[in-house]
Write a protein that binds this ligand. Structure first.
Ligand SMILES: [Zn+2]
Length: 89
């Protein structure tokens, strides 16, 4: 999953280290953001765990959003899947 995200970021034009924080592709980086967001989905307020939580780009990578902490928020799997289905995530 983390490697897939990395490839997506690269394919969408975020080709340089200036466009993403490499730590955020690691479980340690993800955990840091889950803690920041108190393990709560931004969309539905459902509690997530390190295993079920996902990171959601506030501004989609496809539209120039960057893979940095301030463009990422904790999302549950259902909300993140719903967002991707609409092609705006
Ligand atoms: Zn949710």
């Amino acid at each position: 999953m983390t490697n897939l995200l990395g490839r997506l970021a690269l394919r969408n034009g975020a080709v340089s280290r200036e466009h993403f924080d490499p730590e955020l592709f690691t479980s340690r980086g993800r955990l840091r953001l889950f803690k920041r967001d108190e393990f709560t989905c931004w969309h539905c307020r459902m509690r997530v765990t390190e295993a079920t939580g996902e990171l959601d780009h506030i501004k989609p990578v496809a539209r120039g959003g960057l893979h940095f902490a301030d463009n990422l928020r904790t999302s549950c799997r259902a909300c993140n899947a719903r967002k991707h289905a609409k092609f705006d995530g």
